[in-house]
Write a protein that binds this ligand. Structure first.
Ligand code: SF4
Length: 361
């Protein structure tokens, strides 16, 4: 199958692994900041192929994992209002709030509908004009243009009962915060999907100012190993750079149309990340001219006090400081069918990946 078979070819994999082993001398730590990469790295057993001196760390790349419990609590509070429908992607349903979850609220009678795109949510709003329909918008630069397009569609079609509840975040502030926190990182396996939208410019500061390489990677074994090879080479030669391994999808300038839509609808705001706290200009909220479609601006709601789960170390895991195996709850009190923290709920979370594939860190 094109774009699959050649990127899983055992001989090519073996050649790249041999190349990594040939050039790799230093102890280095490489971090992926994309949940899709986290899953692929563990699914394909990439850590087992590398020499001991190369450590792979998982960073804050899972949008569900980094979002605040307060966000879920607020979504639950919205779901309890009369004449209100919550529309969401399925992966938020089981994320624990402080005392409930969207799944539990639905079972208790709240109108919560799983959708596959924001346009589905918009159609639900058009069919239910007497109700407010709130779309839970999470994700990084990859999904934010879709949300922006949804708002523009609602505005153009005059759909006034459709509202966005944004938890969209952008990557660079988190990547820089990790460096400031002193996490030992020698290079980033930069996110493939995010970069299809943003292009390469946003990584320049990480390379120029902080001296870390960024290689934008695809998601197959050959992609990931080739990216690791490129980062090892940069580290060994002392020449950090922004490079694109994932050339079949990423262009240096990114997706100009998507960026234009994103900039039309959203503005930056300070936002909270699990493990990292509040980071300046790291979140996206609708601009004032789109406030009519912004749930936070239009629907005041009382939200219960946020309570974090005791014993969960998702925050440390998202900073690459601990591994899921370090958590006392892992695999016993916390499993994908009965998750305690967000890193176990989401398919893209490190704990979920470790549990599913039983791999080493
Ligand atoms: S195993 Fe569960 S409780 Fe522990 S860090 Fe992961 S998600 Fe949190």
């Amino acid at each position: 199958m094109k774009y699959i078979d050649e990127y899983r070819d055992k001989e090519i994999v073996a050649t790249i692994v041999a190349g990594i082993r040939r050039i790799s001398r230093k102890e280095i730590a490489l971090m992926e900041v994309c949940g899709g990469h986290t899953m692929a790295i563990h699914k394909f057993g990439i850590p087992y192929l590398l020499p001991e001196n190369i450590k792979l760390l998982s960073g804050p790349g899972c949008p569900v994992c980094v979002s605040s419990r307060h966000y879920i609590d607020q979504a639950i509070a919205y779901s309890r209002l009369n004449n209100t429908i919550i529309t969401t992607f399925g992966d938020l349903m089981r994320v624990p709030g402080s005392t409930s979850s969207l799944e539990k609220e639905k079972a208790a009678g709240a109108e919560i509908i799983i959708v596959y795109s924001i346009l589905d949510a918009l159609q639900i709003a058009e069919r239910n004009s007497s109700k407010k329909v709130i779309f839970l918008a999470i994700g990084f630069e990859t999904t934010a243009p879709g949300s922006a397009a949804g708002v523009l569609n609602a505005a153009n079609r005059g759909v006034k009962n459709f509202l966005l509840f944004s938890s969209h975040k952008v990557m660079p502030p988190a990547m820089k915060a990790l460096i400031h926190e002193g996490v030992k990182i020698d290079g980033y396996i930069a996110p493939g999907h995010v970069s299809t939208i943003t292009g390469t410019d946003m990584y320049k500061e990480i390379t120029d100012k902080y001296g870390l390489g960024c290689v934008i990677s695809g998601f197959e074994p050959v992609d990931l190993l080739q990216s690791i090879y490129m980062l090892v080479k940069q580290a060994e030669t002392g020449r950090p750079a922004v490079e694109i391994q994932y050339r079949r999808a990423v262009r240096p300038e990114g997706n100009l149309k998507a960026k234009e839509i994103l900039n039309e609808v959203f503005t930056y705001r300070d936002d909270w990340w699990r493990g990292l706290g509040i980071l300046k200009d790291s979140g996206l909220a609708p601009k004032p001219r789109y406030r009519e479609w912004d749930a936070e601006q239009m629907i005041p709601v009382d939200v219960e006090e946020t309570r974090e789960e005791k014993g969960c170390i998702c925050g440390e895991i998202l900073k690459g400081l601990k591994s899921p195996g370090d958590c006392k709850l892992f695999g016993r009190d916390c499993t994908p069918s009965d998750p305690v923290g967000t890193c176990m709920v989401s398919n893209e979370g490190s704990c979920h990946a470790f549990y599913k594939y039983g791999r080493k860190g």
